[in-house]
Ligand binder design. Structure first.
Ligand code: TYM
Length: 334
């Protein structure tokens, strides 16, 4: 059977990369497969989170899911920490994964920087919890941005080693990362070689889902480009990362191919009509979403009801896997 699982961390404002790399795909996939989408609050605390803010940040991500089109009647939406089976399976996986595998994770290296001995142990084993998130539902399809590919490969390695070590062939599926399309790797508006990120100190580097029309237009107007006119083929853009990024964003927001968008603007500079039209596209899309997010955030009880119902459904789906795992491992009483 086919199952979708994915999640987003409640660690600050969502941006265009999160939206195009993840949220848009969730909304599409809920019509095709059984879908589980959670808020990764346990992943969030791998770096310090103010306890007074965490709950509202979780609600804000849930609001973003709903506002961007996730339907609780189709997709199961829940907070990670409300389903303890994730953490329980993660422990078993901590004993399956090898230190050498985690040592290779580039995201840890990027986040930890020079002083890795001062980071939490959780930040290091973070991808093991991610594998548990996915495999506790025996999910087969995981919509994520490009930056999560390595974590998905680790998930497959853990699944394969578990199946092999305990001699249970096929027990865990080897899940597939869904990273296709122009939205899978959105770059910074200020630097075409850095990905758009919540942690970039410059707010001008990203479009936030909650930005107002003025902010969006201004950020796009200021977005770094080059003075050359747009060429005919994408091939000719390969050494112009900022230009390529803007074309990709335009394509993703208008649900067209990058080649098609490029053809429309061939021979023009960015300032003429490309940037104003891109700003209009982004304002139209984000305006509708942020308006709905604000409405939902003013009704936290409604969000909490959806999360509670989702958590209950998620536990029903996760519990059988965990019961089987305990038996396979040989834990007492199982
Ligand atoms: P997080 O919260 O950093 O990001 C959420 C999603 O947004 C995608 N994304 C991007 N996509 C395109 N361009 C960008 N510039 C960009 N920046 C971020 C991410 O790839 C992600 O899909 N570890 C995950 C959360 C997680 C998870 C999971 C995901 C925990 N458990 C299980 C899938 C399955 C994370 O930190 O995402």
């Amino acid at each position: 059977s086919r199952r979708v699982l994915s999640g987003v961390q409640p660690t600050g404002a969502l941006h265009l990369g999160n939206y195009l790399g993840a949220l848009v795909k969730f909304t599409r996939l809920q019509n095709e497969m059984e879908t589980f989408i959670f808020v990764a609050d346990m992943h969030a605390i791998t770096v310090w989170q103010d306890p007074k803010l965490l709950t509202s940040q979780v609600r804000e991500i849930a609001a973003a899911y709903l506002a961007s089109g996730l339907d609780p009647a189709k997709a199961t939406i829940f907070p990670q920490s409300a389903v303890p089976e994730h953490a329980q399976l993660a422990w078993v996986f901590n004993c399956v994964a090898r230190l050498g595998w985690l040592d290779r994770m580039t995201q840890f290296k990027d986040k930890a920087g020079k002083h890795k001995e001062r980071e939490s142990v959780g930040l290091y084993t973070y991808p093991v919890l991610q594998a548990a998130d996915i495999l506790v539902y025996k999910a087969t399809h995981v919509p994520v941005g490009e930056d999560q590919r390595q974590h998905l490969e680790l998930t497959r390695d853990i699944a394969a080693k578990f199946n092999h070590d305990f001699d249970v062939p096929g027990f865990f599926p080897l899940p597939e990362a869904l990273t296709e399309g122009p939205g899978a790797r959105i770059m910074s508006l200020r630097d075409g070689s850095a990905k758009m990120s919540k942690s970039d100190p410059s707010d001008n580097s990203r479009l936030n889902l909650m930005d107002d029309a003025d902010a969006i237009s201004q950020k796009i107007r200021k977005a770094r480009t080059d003075p050359d006119p747009l060429p005919e083929t994408l091939e000719e853009l390969k050494d112009r990362p900022e230009a390529l990024n803007l074309i990709g964003i335009y394509a993703a927001l208008s649900e067209r191919t990058a080649a098609d968008v490029l053809a429309e603007f061939t021979g023009q500079g960015f300032g003429q009509s490309f940037k104003p039209m891109l700003a209009d596209l982004a304002v139209a899309r984000f305006g509708a979403i942020s308006g709905e997010m604000r409405r939902l955030m003013s009704q936290p009880d409604e969000i909490d009801r959806i999360l509670a119902a989702g958590a209950e459904k998620a536990r029903e789906a996760a519990a059988p896997t965990l019961a089987e795992v305990k038996k396979i491992v040989g834990f007492w009483g199982s």
